[in-house]
Design a protein around this ligand. Structure first.
Ligand code: UT7
Length: 324
């Protein structure tokens, strides 16, 4: 048994923040942001938390799949900006949508979170443990962003995407995942610094910090590597791949990956311009966009690939099944 996607849904907060808006709070320009990243604008949440965005995306995915919440066996939510340390956002979503029969938990794999969630579900399906799953990538990175740091604040946005998965004969063909904890400091966000009565210090909340160049070169190396690994392992030719659905971090990263893979840019759809980098939400947001533009047909082979803090990376080769 493998995992097939039977429903997709996404939600992004209504408030749009343009590059022009950001040029009023930090020393930057629309020209710099567009030419270095491809980002024109992003959505920023003013009222809703990660679990609110996640629940909205989840309801859309369930409606799209025609699955009732109580039919779900498992909910996995990937996020690097949860509302609380606990309860998990997955449990909050479970309560919000009434998925009374599901086990629910969060995973922390940053921008590779949606891929990791998909692969975990695939494992449960292959083992015959569960049959129906909801996976969600959701972020409100705006709350951990240092809005005085132009090196990071222009890049990220808030949003959520979800998929309903069913155990089936066709769907995920193969996958790969990896981590390298020695590079953890390249992209980090401490949730709270140590503070207690022994040290006499108070805990402080941390913000995201990033070595942009290091992450850039890591991504440009890892995406083609994991894609090529999967193509070779499964005996799949490049011609068979309809689209490469990559984590939306930077247009230049996608272009560099396309060059290394010797594939045309037409096979690399993008939403980075309108959403910015939404971390683990970017792949399902992109898939949702592609579905709404009628770009995917049952039987199409697509390759998903994500990378992020940890460092983490993962890729999935799958046959598209939605609409069958
Ligand atoms: O999901 C994974 C998360 N993160 C990523 O994927 C990020 C990967 N990295 C990147 O996308 C790119 O490295 C950035 C977009 C972050 C930066 O682009 P870059 O071409 O690597 O620029 P840089 O860091 O080498 O900086 C070039 C210049 C510097 O000025 P000097 O030292 O040359 O005078 C920066 O201070 O650009 C400056 N700079 C800015 N200028 C205007 C950095 N940020 C900005 C800004 N506006 N927002």
């Amino acid at each position: 048994m493998t995992a097939r996607i039977i429903g997709i849904g996404a939600y992004a907060p209504e408030t749009i923040v343009t590059n022009e808006d950001l040029s009023k709070i930090v020393e930057t320009s629309d020209e710099w942001i567009r030419s270095r990243t491809g980002i024109r604008e992003r959505r920023i949440s003013t009222q809703e938390g990660t679990s609110d965005l996640a629940a909205k995306a989840a309801r859309k995915a369930l409606a799209n799949a025609g699955v009732r919440p109580e039919e779900l066996d498992i909910i996995i939510l990937g996020t690097s900006s949860p509302d609380c340390n606990y309860p998990s956002d997955a449990c909050t979503v479970q309560a919000a949508i009434g998925a009374v029969n599901a086990v629910a938990f969060d995973i922390s794999a940053a921008c590779a979170g949606f891929i990791f969630a998909l692969n975990i579900v695939q494992g449960f399906f292959a083992a015959g443990i569960y049959k129906t799953a909801l996976i969600i990538g959701a972020e409100t990175l705006s709350k951990v962003t240092d809005w005085s740091d132009r090196g990071t604040c222009v890049l990220f946005g808030d949003g959520a995407g979800a998929a309903v998965l069913q155990a089936a004969e066709t769907g995920v063909i193969d996958m790969t995942m990896g981590s390298d904890g020695t590079k953890g400091s390249a992209l980090a966000c401490t949730s709270r610094t140590l503070g207690n009565f022994l040290t006499g210090t108070k805990p402080e909340l941390g913000f995201m910090t990033m070595d942009g160049r290091e992450v850039f070169s890591f991504a440009v190396r890892k995406i083609p590597e994991s894609v090529e690994y999967l193509l070779e392992k499964t005996g799949t030719s490049r011609e068979e791949i309809k689209y490469y659905v990559l984590h939306q971090a930077n247009e230049r990263i996608v272009e560099a990956a396309a060059r290394r893979l010797k594939e045309p840019m037409s096979k690399f759809p993008m939403t980075i311009g309108k959403y910015g980098n939404t971390s683990t939400a970017s792949i399902p947001l992109l898939l949702d966009d592609m579905v709404r533009q009628d770009m995917l047909k049952p039987g199409d082979k697509i390759l998903l690939s994500g990378f992020g803090a940890g460092m983490t990376w993962g890729a999935v080769l799958m046959e598209w099944t939605l609409g069958a």
